[in-house]
Design a protein around this ligand. Structure first.
Ligand SMILES: Nc1ncnc2c1ncn2[C@@H]1O[C@H](COP(=O)(O)OP(=O)(O)OP(=O)(O)O)[C@@H](O)[C@H]1O
Ligand SMILES: [Mg+2]
Length: 227
């Protein structure tokens, strides 16, 4: 299994409130799967994705990524693994405004010890895959929302991560641009990428090979793996 989480709990504590964001969540995801996570606002979808992406740690339970237990690692170790193994796509694109499209895509690669030539090769290849090569020197603000999200996808795949994590990737897009981004993710899946996507929009679940429903922090049903 690429991802194996066992009986994970996540409790957020602030001064006077304790929120049980995830309860007893167990989930295995094989390489090459495309998993959609659905559920009402506040049910823990983003929390689960942050834990899968090593942005946050569970309060209890275990998480093995590519067979390696990662729940107890130091922050430095986690960020090193995150940089290599995880590609993130967020609802609000999270591009850096004063960097060009190509610089945005290249930035995560600079922490990887790759040669400049290899970084340029990967950046060009990733922009090609999302059909954004012609905008490589533009700034994010000079692009449409759909184009910005395609650049964010290029940034996520340039490092050839083990898994792509997408949190409401179409949340800020109109229907037509949303479809374009979903088709792009479907293409990547067909080419072998493993994808975990959070979505409010059930129409997009059809792209996934499996849908997991969260309710109040717990998995409420997990349909069998589609063949
Ligand atoms: N950093 C935090 N500190 C305290 N509570 C938090 C924190 N992050 C999330 N929560 C709480 O945990 C619960 C789950 O939040 P989460 O963001 O995972 O929901 P979600 O399913 O992604 O919702 P949405 O669909 O609105 O994005 C919520 O009750 C939320 O208020
Ligand atoms: Mg969320």
């Amino acid at each position: 299994m690429l991802i194996d989480i066992r009986t994970i709990d996540k409790i957020y504590r602030t001064d006077d409130v304790e929120t049980h964001a995830l309860r007893d969540v167990s989930l295995s995801i094989a390489r090459g799967e495309y998993v959609a996570i659905e559920g009402p606002s506040g049910c823990g979808k983003s929390t689960l994705l942050s834990i899968l992406g090593l942005l946050d740690t569970p309060s209890a339970g275990s998480y093995a990524l590519s067979g390696r237990e990662v729940a107890g690692l130091s922050a430095t170790e986690r960020s090193r693994i995150r940089n290599r193994e995880i590609g993130f796509i967020f609802q609000n694109f999270n591009l850096i405004g004063d960097l060009t499209v190509a610089e945005n895509v290249e930035l995560p690669l600079t922490y990887r010890g790759l040669s400049a030539a290899e970084r340029r090769r990967r950046t060009a290849g990733a922009l090609e895959r999302v059909s954004m090569s012609h905008r490589a020197r533009h700034l994010p603000a000079q692009l449409s929302g759909g184009q910005q999200q395609r650049v964010a996808v290029a940034r996520a795949i340039a490092g050839e991560p083990a898994v792509l994590l997408a949190d409401e990737p179409t949340g800020n897009l109109d229907t037509a641009n949303g479809e374009v981004v979903m088709e792009l993710l479907a293409d990547l899946h067909r080419a072998g990428s493993t994808i975990v996507m959070v979505t409010h929009d059930r129409r997009f679940n059809r792209y996934a090979s499996r849908t997991i429903s969260l309710l109040d922090g717990a998995i409420s049903s997990e349909p069998a793996l589609a063949v």
